[in-house]
Design a protein around this ligand. Structure first.
Ligand code: NAP
Length: 440
């Protein structure tokens, strides 16, 4: 959805600290979607897309069983629109993240609740929702089918002004952005519509509830005094992706200063012209070394946080732009004083480490002294209900108030049978700077 530019919201957003350059659409400009009045009858079988082997197209099957809810916190959702995610073509092409065959893919969708949870929940029958399916091992939760099971704490009620298509664009990107900022960088969202302070929240959860492979990232990857706060700089390499879009929106709401590195020939005007994702500095990615020089020259040792959305090569460039080992004294950082040599370890209470988060890969080898590498602990979202619920309830408020806007829809394909064509368009690099959506 393109929201009206440059206007301020007419209603009050209470008890929040919203940076002044965040423009919010007036409520009268928001179109209320039609209420759903049809009866809800769930069939026993449905159409799904099945993957039989790597490097094959998905096959449309017409009489596959509708998935069954199991626990008290599960809902059944009738799929209305699917947001195609790059993992949906990369996994079969490169044969990874396919835990069983035949497999059902699809990581984000919107639809209608046709079976509400047994437990007390935000969700009711017939709610219009978006479902964020990070739990890729559970085929009942995959998006490429007409009916999908989801935890209520992984499901977001859709604000009335948003269409199903818009709702299908921002699930995984929102979760990746919120966890990268909140867990890996320690950003506290509690002043923004009562958002989560994930850093504190995950420390209140018994550590054995955190999967061993993400425990260190959750509990030991950033010291309390190093947490990113308002005024800190964040660089996002690969600024055209939907993950970058949501990262920048959330970072700006939290008062961070943002810079993106992007192909300016393709995305320059679009990014500078967009109120929600306009950054403080836009750097062209064409010559990565020049990009590093521009960042270092402008920020003069103040950049401690970087998120890469493209891959190992650009993550390696971003590493060069980071400035580890700054003195924690604000005056030293502001004056751009060179860090004392050699920089200390990131857990030294007098120094601030640099933090590089890779969504798609990290530089080869271990991180240099004074810098920490991070991978986003995405499974927190579906494995720890407190985290899932906090993020979903917050996203509902952000969307309702227009503080987060969905990424641009590049095109809408019609019907499950068009998913293969859509994924081919993604393979060819035709979908850039937004989302390809399939209406089911
Ligand atoms: N680790 C995690 O938990 C996690 C979570 C979310 C996402 N991710 C990963 O982060 C990356 C970005 O995800 P996203 O959903 O934000 O991506 P996206 O919105 O689909 O955009 C990615 C960008 O990549 C470029 N691109 C498009 N098609 C391409 C192709 N065929 N080959 C190479 N580049 C292409 C485009 O940028 P340009 O036009 O500027 O080239 C596009 O804007 C993906 O690799 C995804 O798997 C990881």
């Amino acid at each position: 959805m393109s929201l009206p530019k440059g206007k301020k919201h007419s209603s009050k957003v209470s008890a929040t600290t919203i940076p002044s350059d965040i423009a919010i659409p007036p409520l009268e400009d928001l179109k209320v979607q039609d209420a759903v009045e049809e009866p809800l009858i769930t069939p026993e079988t449905q159409r799904v897309l099945l993957l039989h082997a790597a490097r094959q197209p998905y096959e449309l099957i017409r009489d596959y069983p509708v998935p069954q809810v199991q626990g008290d916190h599960e809902v059944l959702v009738r799929t209305e629109a699917i947001g195609l995610n790059p993992i949906d073509w990369k996994a079969p092409d490169f044969n990874f993240a396919i835990p069983s065959l035949p497999y059902i893919s699809g990581r984000e969708l919107s639809g209608l609740v046709v079976q509400s949870p047994k437990a007390t929940s935000r969700l009711q029958l017939k709610d219009r929702v978006l479902v964020i399916s990070t739990d890729y091992r559970d085929l009942r939760k995959a998006a490429y089918q007409e009916y999908v099971v989801a935890f209520d704490y992984n499901t977001v009620r859709l604000a009335a002004h948003l269409s199903f298509e818009e709702g299908s664009t921002l699930g995984v990107a929102f979760v990746a952005a919120a966890l990268a900022l909140g867990v890996c960088m320690g950003v506290d969202f509690s002043s923004i519509l009562d958002g989560p302070d994930l850093y504190t929240l995950i420390r209140q959860i018994p550590s054995e509830s955190l999967a061993p492979d993400i425990r260190d990232e959750c509990l030991a990857s950033i010291a309390s005094h190093e947490r990113a706060t308002s005024g800190d700089w964040l660089a996002v390499w690969g600024g055209s992706s939907t993950s970058a879009n949501l990262t920048i929106q959330l970072a700006k709401l939290a008062g961070l200063k943002t810079l993106t590195i992007v192909d300016k020939a393709k995305h320059g005007l679009r990014l500078t012209d967009h109120h929600a994702i306009r950054t403080d500095l836009l750097v062209d990615s064409h010559d990565p070394q020049r990009a590093v020089d521009i960042i270092r020259g402008n920020l003069k040792g103040k950049l401690r946080f970087g998120i890469d959305t493209r891959g190992r090569e650009s993550a390696s460039s971003l590493l060069q732009a980071l400035a580890p080992g700054n003195l924690s004294s604000p005056s030293a950082a502001q004056e751009g004083s060179p860090p004392p040599s050699p920089p200390s370890t990131p857990h030294d209470s007098t120094r601030l480490g640099a933090h590089l988060i890779g969504l798609t890969g990290l530089p080869k080898g271990s991180a240099p002294e004074g810098t920490l590498f991070h991978a986003v602990p995405i499974k927190l979202f579906h494995e720890v209900p407190e985290v899932g619920e906090a993020l979903c309830a917050w996203l509902e408020r952000l969307l309702e108030k227009g503080l987060v806007v969905p990424p641009e829809i590049i095109d809408v394909e019609q019907g499950l049978e068009s998913v293969n064509r859509g994924l081919d368009r993604m393979r060819k690099g035709e979908i850039s700077g937004g989302k390809l959506v399939v209406k089911v």
